[in-house]
Design a protein around this ligand. Structure first.
Ligand code: MLT
Length: 253
């Protein structure tokens, strides 16, 4: 498994989204490792982790991450997932609740895909395998940012487009089919009993802020932070606010 591991103190495990790799978390490795042990792995199939499975489920990723914590000798971590990483974090919370010290659910949702969304996943998988990922990367990258970020930080859009364009078609396909299979996790939310932070961007065009509000209401111990003018990637678009929210959670764990 390929991962970055920087700093010391409370372990914070960062799980990237689709179709990212661990470089998504570069600002957090720089900005949070003075106070925390920040661990950012590539999920199976992405970044440096070659994998040719046809389907990668959220449970597969959660098991890989449990193995990583075992290998690092970490009993309990604050687990932070963004978007697909949030689906993985919820799978982790369902499978290994005893390994959680806190939970961060950023720009994600607890519900399963609709039938229509599942068809879209299948189309994405087929398209990646037949035509490659360049077109998908070019379409997806701008949608991950707010209009404000697109206007003022075109460098961020370029950086993410490049990240998306270097992932392998097999990873796009396997993760899309895996996301389509994920179960509805809404029943899990009331059972989460660690301090939880739900983060959203007020201008997230990919997962509506209302999804985050609903999740935060269903979790006993949750705080909600909605970052103004940020889109789907507030860790890049609003680094300072993102870090302040995480630091706030860590004081509660
Ligand atoms: C992500 O950023 O991980 C994706 O938007 C998740 C999804 O497609 O549901």
């Amino acid at each position: 498994m390929h991962y970055d591991d920087r700093g010391s103190g409370t372990p914070l495990l960062l799980i990237h989204g689709f179709p990212h790799d661990r470089t998504l978390w570069a600002p957090q490795l720089d900005g949070l490792s003075a106070h925390l042990r920040v661990i950012a792995p590539d999920l199976r199939g992405f970044g440096a982790w070659m994998d040719d499975r046809a389907v990668l489920t959220m449970d597969d990723h959660a098991r890989d991450l449990r193995q990583l914590l075992d290998d690092l000798g970490i009993t309990r971590a604050v687990v932070c997932g963004l978007s697909m990483g949030g689906y993985v974090a919820l799978a982790f919370a369902a499978l290994f609740p005893e390994r959680l010290r806190g939970l961060v659910l950023s720009n994600t949702r607890a519900g399963a895909d609709t039938e229509e969304a599942r068809k879209g996943r299948k189309a994405t998988a087929d398209r990646a395998l037949t035509e490659g990922v360049q077109g998908l990367a070019a379409e997806l990258a701008p949608k991950m940012f707010s209009a404000t970020t697109r206007e003022h930080r075109p460098d961020l859009v370029d950086r993410v487009r490049t990240m998306l364009a270097r992932q392998r078609p097999q990873a796009y396909a396997a993760a899309s089919l895996g996301m389509a299979q994920r179960p509805d996790r809404q029943d899990l939310l009331p059972a989460i009993d660690v301090p939880t932070l739900v983060i959203t961007g007020s201008a997230d065009e990919m997962i509506a802020p209302a999804e985050s509000h609903r999740m935060a209401q269903a979790i006993k111990n949750a705080t909600l932070v909605e970052i103004p003018d940020a889109g789907h990637l507030p860790n890049l678009e609003a680094e300072a606010a993102f870090h302040a929210a995480i630091t706030g959670l860590v004081t509660r764990v």
